[in-house]
Design a protein around this ligand. Structure first.
Ligand code: ATP
Ligand code: MG
Length: 367
């Protein structure tokens, strides 16, 4: 997929801007607080209909204005999409190829984003890793997000019941029906996660090896709150979960919390055998995240024969020259990429040929 044209009105500090990006590297250069991340946010919005920075969409509207508008032309393998989204406080109108639409038209993410916030995926608590997996790897399975939202509702309801049992307002037998639901959806999610990890990991491992010039080896393991070693089928995982639940029943009631299941699981990420969360340097962590993100780009191509666009905010920071070069090389000529940077030096000596450079200053984008 390519973003061929982007027109913005009152999108944060980008009051009235048009960009016609190239199909390979597009580099947006500028000092701090000029509108570089705002522009990536607008591109993300053009592809997904959402912001990656805020759930309160009215924040996107320029503070001095009462609406914002994003217009774009997306060229995909199957068709061209002309999209117009107008945002008012509390309302959003979407128009696709001249016809009013309820949602965004792409049936897949269409965009992969790297932001400095992603470093939390490695250094942050388990929920950050689950969030990454659920939102970015999950879409490779068509039923995953549906199962996950059912499962999350089951867990909230079950926790309410556990609290009522603790307070003697409900009988503990009532748990049985919820246990069955937990095992049912929990085993679906676990087996899909194991399946998706098998697809994701070899790609990450090989790319990470290349990006580190063969110096580092990454290992990725699934850490489950119940022992599922050697189990792959949904049925076997169902049985394991249902065997484990009675053993922790009293503790679950005492704490009014569901203590096992995919919502408590984690991923272990090792670099050369040591835990990246504890020992990973900032450059190493960045490199891991980049190998995750670029792997997702490649996996999408394998899956649907189409590349998503790649957005990279402040990506060059903290990477040495060699890694910077290997990373740029891994994307060169493959995928439409949008990179922000504060200094031209980040690209010094880079033999990246197909690049468009733009300056961003005071909310203006200059060719
Ligand atoms: N709704 C809004 N209306 C007007 N200005 C806004 C709005 N939201 C954000 N801004 C402003 O846009 C400016 C640019 O923000 P942006 O995050 O794009 O900077 P940047 O160029 O990425 O800087 P940095 O290099 O520090 O990351 C900021 O000064 C911010 O206050
Ligand atoms: Mg920024």
């Amino acid at each position: 997929m390519y973003l061929r044209r982007l027109e913005l009105i009152n999108f944060r500090n980008l009051n009235q801007q048009v960009v016609e990006p190239g199909i390979f590297f597009n580099i947006f250069m500028g000092s701090n607080a000029q509108g570089k991340t705002n522009l990536l946010e607008a591109i993300y919005f053009a592809c997904t209909g959402r912001s990656f920075r805020t759930a309160k969409e009215k924040e996107i509207i320029n503070r001095d204005c009462d609406y914002a508008c994003v217009k774009c032309l997306l060229e995909t393998e199957r068709r061209n999409i002309e999209l117009k989204a107008v945002l008012y406080p509390g309302k959003k109108n979407i128009n696709v190829n001249g016809v009013s639409a309820r949602g965004f038209p792409l049936g897949w993410p269409g965009v992969i984003l790297f932001t400095p916030d992603d470093l939390k995926i490695i250094k942050g608590p388990p929920q950050e890793r689950r969030r990454f997996f659920d939102l970015e790897v999950g879409p490779f399975h068509p039923g995953y997000s549906h199962y996950l939202s059912r499962y999350n509702k089951i867990i909230s309801q079950r926790n309410i019941l556990l609290k009522e049992i603790r307070e003697k307002k409900a009988k503990s037998e009532l748990l049985n029906a919820w246990n069955d639901q937990l095992c049912n959806y929990g085993s679906k999610i676990l087996s899909i996660r194991i399946q998706l990890l098998k697809k994701f990991y070899p790609q990450v491992k090989e790319l990470h090896r290349q990006l580190t010039g063969d110096k580092e080896k990454i290992d990725l393991y699934y850490l489950s709150s119940v022992n599922v070693t050697g189990l792959t089928t949904e049925e076997a995982i169902y049985r394991r979960l249902s065997e484990a639940l009675p053993q922790i029943r009293n503790e679950e009631i005492a704490r009014a919390q569901t203590l096992i299941g995919p919502h408590r699981d984690d991923f272990s990420i090792l670099i050369n055998g040591t835990d990246a969360r504890i020992y990973g340097s900032r450059g190493q962590v960045r490199t891991i995240i980049l190998s995750f993100k670029i792997s997702l780009v490649r996996l999408w191509f394998k899956e649907i024969n189409e590349y998503p666009v790649l957005l990279m905010d402040d990506v060059m920071f903290e990477l040495d020259k060699e890694r910077r070069h290997l990373i740029l090389k891994s994307m060169d000529g493959i995928v439409q990429t949008f990179i922000t940077a504060t200094s031209e030096q980040d690209f010094d000596g880079e033999p990246v040929l197909r690049k468009n450079i733009y300056r961003v200053a005071g909310g203006k984008i200059i060719d």
